[in-house]
Design a protein around this ligand. Sequence first.
Ligand code: KDG
Ligand code: MG
Length: 407
Amino acid sequence: MNIKEVKVFVSCPGRNFVTLKIITDEGIYGLGDATLNGREKAVAAYLEEHVIPCLIGRDPHQIEDIWQYLYKGAYWRRGPVTMAAIAAVDMALWDIKGKVAGLPVYQLLGGKSRAGITAYGHANGNTIEETLDSLGQFIDQGYKAVRLQCAIPGLAGTYGTLGDKKDYFELQSDRPLPPEQPWSTSKYLNFIPELFRQARQRYGYDIGLVHDVHSRLSPIEAAQLGKLLEPYKLMFLEDPSPADNQEGYKTIRNHTTIPLAIGEIFNTVWDAKDLITSQSIDYLRTSITHGGGITPLRRMADFAAMYDIRMAPHGAPDLSPICHAAHAHFNIWAPNFGVQEFIGFGNENEKLNSVFSHPLSFKDGYIHLGDKPGLGVEFNEAEAAKYKYKRSYLPVTRLEDGTLWYW
Ligand code: KDG
Ligand code: MG
């Protein structure tokens, strides 16, 4: 068997997705997700110009050697563009291997470690009341864990809130240039503990709670927030501070017992090595698409397990259903899986559904996946072609005095 043709699709069925299709001489094909939010065309060009020519004629069963070839062999290792491109190839090759074997990918990884995949939903709101009403709806649907984000009074467009958008799957259309949003650390720190105080007062302690700081705080500010939130027993505090300097997390760790999660912008294990070996974090959130594929994520999971760190892959709507399916296979296997971020399947979104179909379902707080061979995802090329790429950016944040900040 050899690789005959490889195609890249950049489409926008609500949001932009980069999809890779590897086709073999025997007609079996595999799919991979290479979506890098706001930089989609860079990955598509990297694949088309630099990766695909090297794949033609290769044996698709050589997953490990092809991964090493694209990573070590490229000389320019790491980085989000490179790793998203390699990830898509890796996912597609696992998909092919599964289809050839007639087995779902999780069986190739070692089989199931659990019955279902615990998922956390997103409760958002413009006020505490709205956010907590939304939390109540998630609890009613059986969720075991929920992320709470709430607009901060006086700060328009706070991270995690939808503003006037209908849902997560239609965020792209009116963002021709990066929207700018204000930030005030003191307003945030003065407000957010009250959200969690009221959440526990209203719903008790059985529901797991998560909060995403989106890297807005310095390590010592994050330590302060961790201490303020300790009474409300969060499952974890996500991205409390940027980890460009991994040492910073030791400061947070030394001051608070709140569990910490990070990793959605990490691309290799090297971005997390010091955090892992110093046991400064509790959950690693690297996704299969942005972390170079299933092959390296499996190694990261094993390495993290040695330090009692669990995997909680990024599950944002800017990853395609192919990545979400790959996560499901990975999560059902990974012995040290923790929890999966889950924003719904977008089933109500006709455009998305016409392009991708997937084997996932949700019941009583758990994601389940069927037993289709490979990753189990189908991609409709003709439908995808109807939805042209639209340039779109993530927002940019400035402090109230105009200083550029982390979004
Ligand atoms: O592309 C960036 C988004 O995926 C990110 O802002 C979402 O932080 C995020 C999360 O935890 O889902
Ligand atoms: Mg996040």
